[in-house]
Design a protein around this ligand. Sequence first.
Ligand SMILES: *Cc1c(COP(=O)(O)O)cnc(C)c1O
Length: 407
Amino acid sequence: MATEQPAVTRSTFDDVIVPIFAPANFIPVKGKGSRVWDQQGNEYVDFAGGIAVTALGHCHPALVEALKAQGETLWHTSNVFTNEPALKLGQKLIASTFAERVLFMNSGTEANETAFKLARFYASTRHSPYKTKIIAFHNAFHGRSLFTVSVGGQPKYSDGFGPKPADIVHVPFNDLHAVKAVMDDHTCAVVVEPIQGEGGVMAATPEFLKGLRELCDEYKALLVFDEVQCGMGRAGKLFAYMHYNVTPDILTSAKAIGGGFPISAMLTTEEIASAFHVGSHGSTYGGNPLACAVAGAAFDIINTPEVLDGVMAKRELFVKHLNQINEQYAVFSDIRGMGLLIGAELSAAYKGRARDVLNAAAANGLMILNAGPDVVRLAPSLVIDYKDIEDGMVRFDDAIKAVVKGL
Ligand SMILES: *Cc1c(COP(=O)(O)O)cnc(C)c1O
């Protein structure tokens, strides 16, 4: 099929965009469900989900409808006024979680920035101005603002930007003794991803999260769960904390909550929320009607037994295929994660080659992710069709074969 030469190509990127990303060599132009097409009309199966964002696939009819309807009604008011979609979405989140208050922002970074500021503000106004220490974990990822990148546990993301916010301590993930060693009365918060995403798809152990809860109670510190990546159905329950039966004091959600429309939320209790007062924090766009209308439609679909139970069933199929591929090629040393957040760690012979696997997948019509240099990550739509899983896994097999054969 002859196609017209597109006006912009991948090389335009290098001429136009600040060079912080290394995008794939093709440019997606259209998506439907778990299929995507590029400028040349090549078709891809999407196991990446926009990094755990497009939880209902591309252009889900209910989200398109919500976007269109709200787009013809009211786009933006600022927080000088409230709006109906935000209030309705807030009610839904409160009805389905531990939360009694919510605050909407625009990205995972902003939700976490809000959470960390609230934890510090709460501790310093209710307890002591010296209660400012934040305990966080190696390899954690919480966003890219200077505060969130400093709470994150990957120096390669936080170094080089001048003085960092102080009084943040990092210890190894899943190591309760290490937390105990640094926990004290000056600790205002422990911040943790129940399943580390960027850090390599590592789930917390139940004992670890239970232990953190007990330590936080003992030292009057807040337990903050960053569920930006692992929440909103990704782990097979609405939020991952529900698997662990450990309730946080503050929870952040983003990525899947808008199904692809930028929005995030911070959830907390009435008591903790009451530390903030008018003017303590703010956002021009946070909780705007367009984002909240789309997120409300996504929430109604995700928070159903059909979708959440489907996540568990689909995970089984993914893992079955990954094990079969591994039996053939011995490329993985571990297959892990929860629900449809799946990590496959490359075995010793393929260490550091996750990017090569991504490129081979793209060449075979498959979109996947990595989580660091050693882990291949899958975060597909929660409602991906079984046919898409089967087709995608055939392509994944071809991609792995190409890497193994050094093609
Ligand atoms: C992606 C991510 C963030 C940052 O979200 P942005 O929307 O990119 O700002 C924060 N925490 C976790 C766990 C994430 O996976």
